[in-house]
Design a protein around this ligand. Sequence first.
Ligand code: SAM
Length: 514
Amino acid sequence: MAAAAGYITDVAYIPGFYPHMAPVSLRHAAALNRVIPPRSDVPFRYLELGCGLGRSLTTLAAANPQGEFVGVDVNPEHTRQVEGDIAAAGLNNARVITADFAGLPADLGRFEFIALHGVFSWVSEQVRREILALARERLAPGGLLLVSYNSMPGWAHLQPIRGILRQYAQLRQGDSLQKVRDALSYLVFIRDRHARYFEDNPRAAAYVDGLLKQDVRYLAHEYLNEHWTSFYFSEVAGMFGAAGLAFVGSLPVFTNFWDLCVRPEFQELFRTTTNRLVTEAHKDFCANTAFRWDVYCREPRLMTDAADRLAQVDDLRFHVAKPGTTLPYQANLGVVTSTVQGPVYERLVALLGTGSLRMSEIVAAARDVVPQADDVVRAVDAGVAMGLFDVTAGALEPPPGAGGDVSIASAFNRVVLAADALSGRPLALASERTGTGHTIGDFDAAILHELVERGRGGLVERVDARLVAAGRSIQQEGQPVTDPAARRRLVEAACTAFLDASLPQLARLGIVAV
Ligand SMILES: C[S@@+](CC[C@H](N)C(=O)[O-])C[C@H]1O[C@@H](n2cnc3c(N)ncnc32)[C@H](O)[C@@H]1O
C-alpha cells in the first residue's frame, strides 16, 4: 500500500510544464559547467519522482521519442490523469507508476536523467532519505539529477506565512481546498489589521497579495503538507554528496554566472573564491535566493578544454531567442541588469539570428572576430544565460511563407490544444526539433486550434464566438471589454499578431506545418 507520509492527497495538483526539466536544459547546464552530459540523441531513460499531473513528463516524452519516460506519484488521482493523457496522445515511450518512493519495482533499472520538482521541500525526512536512496541506486554513471527546493535565506522572513496558514487550516473543517481558502482569509484579515509580524516584515505583507492570485490547488499543495522545509544550498549539496552525487550547476542558466546574480559591490568576494560550493552559498545570501533548481551528477567526467566541449556535446544548437533582436540588448535578471553589445555579440547575433548552429559551427564562423574557442563558448553560454540565445536539441528550420493550411503532426499537441485552449492557464506544446516544450497562452491556443481545425476563413468570427461561448472576457487596460464591436476588434488584432509573429515561430520550432 503506497503511503503519502503527510503529503496531501485529497486534492489534485495543477498541471504545469517546467522547461528546466528537459534533458536539453540539464545537458546544457552540465556542459556550460564543463561536465560531459549523457547523450540524448540515442535512446535514454528519464525518471520523474512526484510527477503530479505529468505535464512535464508527457510533454518531454512527446518531444523526445528516442527517450523512455517513467513518472512516479503516490496519488492515484494524479496517475489516473497521466495515464489518460498518455493513452489519448498515443505516447508509447511514457508510463506512470502509482507508488511511494520506497515502493518502486526492484527491476526498474537505471536512468540517465532523474528529476524532481516541487517535492524535496514538501516531504518528511524519511521520504527524503528514500529519494536520496533512489538517487544513489537509480542514476546511471554520468547521469544528471535535477532537484528543486525552497531555499534559504529567501524564505527566512516568509517562513511564518506557511506556519500561520497550516496552523489555522488545521483548525478548519472540510477538504484541503476549503481549509486553505479559510486560512488565506485569516491571513488577509490579520495582514490588513497590521498584525505586528506583517508590520515588522513588509515584504511578507506584500507577499500575501501574490498568494491571492494563485490557484488554491497550488496553495494547498505548497502550504498544507505536514512537512515543509527550506534548505541552505550546502545542506542539500551535503545530502546528495553523501548519496555519491556531485553538484554540477543550476537553472535557470543565469544562476551559473555569479556576475549576473549579485550586484557589482559583491563581485570581489566571488573573484577570490574558487570553491563552487562556497560561491553558491555566498550567492544565495547576496541574491536572497528563495528557490533553487540544482543539477547533480553521478561520477562526473570533466571536459579538458573548449575543444573537448566541441567533441563531446556538439549536438546542442543555438539560435537568437526572439527573432529580430538587435544590439544593444538588455537583460534584467532580477538583481542585476546587463547590457549586451560589442563586435563579438554583433557577430553571434548575425550568425544565430537566422540559423540554428552547433557550437563548432559558431566557433568556426566567428574565428576572425574571436580567435579563441573558449571565448566563443563562454560568450554563447552567457548569451543563453541572458535570454539572448536559446539552446535546442536539434536544428530549427527557417520560417516558412505566410499563407497556406496549418496542420499539427503530433497527436500529443493536438490533444493538448483540444483540451486546454481557453482553459485559463498557459499550455505547452512539444517540439521534437528542440527536445522540449514551448508555452503559449490559452487564448493563442484557441486561435491555433481554430486554424488547424477549420482553416483561415472566418477565423476572427470563430475565435470571437468561442470566447463568448466560453464566457471568457477580453481585457483592455485591465478592464473587461463588453461592447461586441470593440471585443471583435481586439480579437482581430490578436489573430493578426498570432499569424504574423507566433505562427512563423511555431513553424520554425516544428510544432506546426504551414
Ligand atoms: C507539488 S507536486 C509537484 C508535481 C509535479 N512535479 C509538478 O511540478 O507539477 C508534488 C507531487 O509529489 C507527490 N508525492 C509526494 N510525496 C510522495 C511520495 N512519498 N511518493 C511518491 N509521490 C509523492 C505528490 O502526490 C505530488 O503529486
